[in-house]
Design a protein around this ligand. Structure first.
Ligand code: NAD
Length: 261
């Protein structure tokens, strides 16, 4: 438990499924006040709010599309109107789709970039603007990926978006460090969430992924939520501009394991 999170107001985009759901529930058990942004999952959020309230936290939900400036502004206003402030902004919403790059349409490229990169920028900008105005030494966490570092054929739009998230995070960390606003990102490896459901339902594809993970297993959403609560807490008070890799060693060149190379 991180006592410093009790009563803090946290907004999590894409908070109704996968990593977002695990983070909303974990911040709830830390007794934070959680605003769950959902896109289309209005049914799922009711159960999440109940879970959080049973654990002694408080939560509410707001529909919104992170690619729309007015929706992001609405999310922050909603947090302030319902819970009184904004202390932690988690830009988590993201999408991916597999397409060989020579066939990638401009429409698909724009969709991924506007959700994964522009959506996160808008979340950062609006949160920072509020924190500056109210002199809040807040924490911003962007959800990146090991693909901010590892090239990924057939996912060039996704890899480009996450590479952008890395430098956006570092730049904002530098820009707002004097104000005590910390900006970090988490780079998960392969985690068991809906984004991977199709791939992991195929035993061969799943085996191929596990072979890329030195620790030998697909990560659990709770293992990413554990990183997020630490980064948001005062235990990480001197940490900014960090990429926290939570990937079972995936970025440590697994091809070189057991003396190969
Ligand atoms: P997920 O598909 O369960 O979650 C994505 C969430 O984003 C969903 O709730 C979806 O509704 C929401 N979303 C999509 N477009 C949106 C929009 N325009 N506006 C608002 N919300 C929108 O998958 P996940 O694994 O939980 O993904 C969460 C984040 O983690 C993503 O940014 C993803 O790139 C990143 N990530 C996941 C993995 C993994 O292995 N699961 C690895 C690295 C990075």
């Amino acid at each position: 438990m991180y006592q410093s999170l009790e009563g803090k107001v946290v907004v999590i985009t894409g908070g109704a499924t996968g990593l977002g759901k695990a983070m909303t529930e974990r911040f709830g058990t830390e007794k934070a006040k959680v605003v769950i942004n959902y896109f289309k999952e209005d049914q799922e959020v009711k159960g999440i709010i109940e879970t959080i309230e049973k654990a002694g936290g408080s939560a509410n939900a707001i529909q919104g599309d992170v690619t729309k400036e007015e929706d992001i502004k609405r999310m922050i206003d909603h947090a302030v109107n319902t819970f009184g402030s904004l202390d932690v902004m988690i830009n988590n919403a993201g999408i991916e789709n597999e397409v060989p790059s020579e066939d990638l349409t401009l429409e698909d490229w724009n969709k991924v970039i506007s959700t994964n990169l522009t959506g996160q920028f808008l979340g950062c900008r609006e949160a920072i603007d509020y924190m500056l105005e109210h002199k809040i030494k807040g924490s911003i966490i962007n959800m990146s990926s090991v693909h901010q570092e590892i090239p990924w054929p057939h996912f060039v739009h996704y890899a480009a978006s996450k590479g952008g998230v890395k430098l956006m995070t570092e730049t904002l960390a530098l820009e707002f460090a004097p104000h005590g606003i910390r900006v970090n990102c988490i780079a998960p490896g392969a985690i068991d969430t809906p984004i991977n459901a199709e791939k992991f339902s195929d035993p061969e594809l799943k085996k191929g992924v596990i072979e890329l993970i030195p620790m030998g297993y697909i990560g659990k959403p709770e293992e990413i939520a554990a990183c997020a609560v630490w980064l948001a807490s005062t235990e990480a008070s001197y940490v900014t501009g960090l990429t926290l890799y939570a990937d079972g060693g995936m970025t440590q060149y697994p091809g070189f394991q057991a003396g190969k190379g």
